[in-house]
Design a protein around this ligand. Structure first.
Ligand SMILES: Nc1ncnc2c1ncn2[C@@H]1O[C@H](COP(=O)(O)OP(=O)(O)OP(=O)(O)O)[C@@H](O)[C@H]1O
Ligand SMILES: [Mg+2]
Length: 310
């Protein structure tokens, strides 16, 4: 298969299957994050994987972890395969540090209903859809069954994080956001919003999970935004979402994409990767082991001493 929908192995302990990533325990105790080609839209995972999406997301996260080392250390040990990151296991802080620079998404919906304070941050009256804030804001949520908007004061009062640690996370989140915003702006992409997750490793604050990927962030094309801010759409997934809406049947979204729609989604992910990193993602036969991504991945894990030959 030239796509990776699931990674299943009985040789490793499965830690967690997310919507997009399958996480395993490596024999060394470290965390193996397999980024699959699954795509989730409208809160459900489509049956059709999108070729190269996993490698694009894993590659982008690796790119950004590397580029932001001077701001904060992170969990990456190495990339074992285009779809796999070996990461240090941290004690996760159960808080999502959401950073936003534009009025959109769930916040826009709240704003249109009159809400002005979000996770303790008050924004001005009179903002229009997709308008930029005077400066980026941090609107944390808890990480639980369903994420909850919460003020920094309550995060501390409820025991999610200490005040001192929260302040560090806030400062680092803004630093990361500003750094990436500038990098992307120089390449015609607006970093609209994103979320960061942090953990503790030997008492030290580090960045974990993923960073500045299309699954953890919104990207807009600066050109589209300049043309018509209110009509601007997410560069990656919006195309798929619009197709799902247009092809609803009996009130249900399709569960699968057509090959054409899936191929167009691939094109968009590859384009984002190349625009951000400056180099195309290798996708030829050599990069995918003749197109069999799963075989390539297992081969790489065997070579790394993490799996035995099946
Ligand atoms: N280095 C790490 N150490 C410990 N935990 C980590 C590390 N990196 C990521 N995690 C945790 O692993 C989990 C990864 O979950 P994943 O993102 O795959 O699915 P999810 O968050 O449950 O759902 P969704 O698919 O909607 O994001 C998160 O809870 C994240 O905090
Ligand atoms: Mg997640």
């Amino acid at each position: 298969m030239n796509t990776l929908n699931h990674f299943d192995t009985s040789q490793l302990e499965l830690l967690h299957r997310g919507k997009v990533r399958d996480s395993y325990r490596a024999p060394s105790g470290e965390r193996l994050i397999v980024v699959t080609d699954r795509l989730s839209a409208f809160d459900s995972v489509l049956e059709t994987p999108v070729a190269h999406k996993g490698a694009v997301l894993n590659g982008l996260a690796a790119f950004w972890f590397d580029k932001t080392r001077h701001i904060i250390p992170n969990h990456v040990i190495s990339l074992l395969d285009p779809n796999v990151t070996l990461a240090k296991e941290a004690e996760p802080i159960r808080v999502e540090m959401v950073v936003r620079n534009y009025l959109t998404g769930s916040m826009l919906r709240g704003y249109q209903q009159g809400q002005r304070t979000f996770s303790g941050v008050t924004v001005p009256d009179g903002l229009t859809k997709h308008q930029q804030f005077p400066e980026p804001i941090v609107t944390p949520t808890t990480k639980e069954e369903s994420d909850r908007e919460i003020t920094p004061e309550n995060l501390v009062a409820e025991g999610w994080v200490s005040a001192e640690l929260y302040e560090k996370m806030r400062v680092k989140s803004l630093e990361l956001f500003n750094f990436a915003s500038q990098w992307m702006a120089e390449r015609g992409i607006i970093l609209v919003d994103t979320k960061y997750e942090f953990g503790l490793l030997d008492g030290e604050l580090i960045l974990i999970d993923e960073i500045h990927t299309p699954d953890s962030s919104r990207f807009w094309s600066a050109k589209d935004y300049a043309r018509n801010p209110e009509a601007v759409e997410q560069m990656d997934k919006e195309y798929v979402r619009q197709w799902l809406i247009a092809n609803k049947q009996d009130g249900q979204y399709p569960r699968a994409l057509t090959p054409e729609v899936s191929a167009e989604a691939t094109r968009r992910y590859l384009d984002i990767y190349e625009r951000i990193t400056g180099a195309p993602l290798p996708t030829g036969d050599e990069a995918t082991a003749g197109g069999d991504v799963q075989a390539r991945l297992v081969g790489n894990l065997v070579r790394a001493g993490i799996m035995k030959d099946a």
